[in-house]
Design a protein around this ligand. Structure first.
Ligand SMILES: [Ca+2]
Ligand SMILES: [Ca+2]
Length: 451
């Protein structure tokens, strides 16, 4: 790694339990300067024992969840957990051999990364205020790739330019899609077109695909991903406040609290895939792919297997990772707000409801807001092959998650990034993995430690 790259991280907290966790992490006085792994404090997921219903837990906004559950649809049939195909390592790597190195810095609240090259040499970095920068071999181009600050509303913590997805044929057509909140706080899903040199995009090239009214400033989701099927998946939160006061996540009449799935190539501005669960619009909105989500801030597909991983941010008690194996039908119900994580929240659900519990969760105050990541599929770090990486925004913990041969899951704390607020992971075209550090304005890359 180059001299100009500053090794990050730090704090080897042997056995130290973080006792406090603020949603707005306090910026460190100085950027951390070295990288070190966290001790391997196992956080293996165990199915929860019976928990007290969380339905009366007051939210930060003082909202009390409604006593009556909203009506919920039900039918669904999912592959039961079973044998997992071998698609990676069977043991977690020794984190002491790896670290997160800074590859770019100087951003204002960065929160997503996309690779427009074939090898990570041209990275787009999103800033929440509405700017996308182009980083070429570690150097930031002075002229922004895109600047739509004037149409992005980013005054709230969870508002702004929130996510980007490159069209699978970006190199040919220059199309990329963004998810942002506008000046009124409502969600906009839009396509922009990069100029032929792919070094910038004209703000006037915007074509709006979808607008979704937002009833509150928070829980806007933000993630967008093209699936292995070529369809665009869009994550939207339940609309906000706390406890899903409008029952959006379980309602099929709103886009809020959902994973949407659209075909950007099949129509203008898009078409509904024929196998969307409510494609005819009769029982639910045609764009819905999955529901029962609170705030699916970041989600991704394993680029080898096609499995779907969703980091769904919890209410006051539990953060969760949801999983759908490749080939699962649409219509999955991930449980919110009947459940927070695998625990009752507002209920009970209808007797015939099929709720999919998370494959991993952690309780507050072990963290406060999960940031879903990627299954590592790069070439540089074979020890991570098949390991799903996820983090907590508030305390910089980075875990690995591995599906065991018998279909069960193991999670392990791998890194403790002191002073880093992990707003997002990124993955370049060669499968290497990055983190955006919200508070320090940097982009970090997972690398093997130099000796
Ligand atoms: Ca909202
Ligand atoms: Ca859930």
């Amino acid at each position: 790694m180059g001299l100009m790259r500053r090794l990050f991280v730090v704090f080897t907290l042997f056995g130290v339990l973080l006792t406090a966790c603020s949603p707005q992490a306090t910026p460190s006085a100085q950027p951390p300067t070295t990288t070190a792994p966290a001790p391997a404090a196992p956080t293996a997921y165990a199915p929860p024992a019976g928990e007290a219903p969380g339905g009366t837990v007051p939210t930060p906004e003082g909202y009390q969840p409604p006593a009556e559950p909203s009506p919920a649809p039900t039918e669904a049939s999912y592959p039961a957990p079973g044998e997992a195909p071998a698609s990676g390592v069977s043991q977690f790597p020794d984190p002491a051999q790896f670290g997160w190195v800074q590859v770019a810095a100087g951003f204002e609240r960065p929160l997503d990364v996309a690779d427009i090259s074939a090898d990570g040499s041209r990275l787009l970095v999103l800033e929440q205020r509405g700017v996308i920068s182009l980083i070429e071999n570690g150097t930031r181009r002075e002229t922004p790739f895109l600047n739509i600050v004037e149409r992005v509303g980013s005054s709230g913590n969870e508002q702004g330019l929130l996510g980007i997805a490159l069209h699978p044929r970006f190199a040919e057509n220059g199309y990329f899609y963004v998810n942002y909140t506008d000046r009124k706080g409502d969600t906009v899903i839009a396509r922009f077109t990069a100029l032929p040199d792919r070094a910038s995009a004209d703000p006037a090239s915007e074509q709006v695909l979808l607008r979704v009214d937002q009833p509150a400033a928070n829980h806007n989701g933000g993630g967008m991903v093209f699936g292995p099927d070529g369809y665009l998946y869009i994550g939207l939160g339940d609309g906000g406040q706390g406890g899903d006061p409008w029952g959006n996540a379980q309602s099929l009449k709103t886009h809020l609290g959902k994973l949407l799935r659209i075909s950007v190539d099949g129509g203008d501005p898009y078409a509904i895939p024929a196998d969307n669960p409510f494609a005819d619009g009769q029982k639910g909105l045609a764009e819905i792919w999955a529901y029962g989500l609170r705030n699916p801030w970041r989600f991704s597909f394993d680029r080898l297997t096609g499995d779907l991983y969703i980091g769904d941010v919890g209410q006051n008690l539990y953060e969760e990772i949801d999983f759908l194996p490749a080939g699962s039908p649409g219509g999955a119900n991930f449980g919110w707000d009947y459940r927070e994580g695998a625990h009752p929240y507002v209920g009970p659900p209808p007797a015939d409801a099929v709720l999919i519990d998370p494959v991993a969760e952690y309780a507050h105050p072990e963290g406060c807001s999960v940031t879903g990541g990627f299954v590592y599929r790069g070439a540089a770090l074979p020890e991570f092959q098949g390991v799903y990486l996820y983090a907590d925004y508030c305390n910089g913990k980075v875990w690995g998650l591995l599906r065991q041969p018998d279909g069960t899951w193991k999670s392990q704390l791998l890194f403790q990034l002191g002073g880093v607020s992990v707003s997002s992971f990124g993955q370049d075209a060669s499968g290497e993995v990055y983190i955006t550090d919200h508070q320090n304005g940097a982009v970090l890359k997972l690398v093997r430690q130099s000796q």
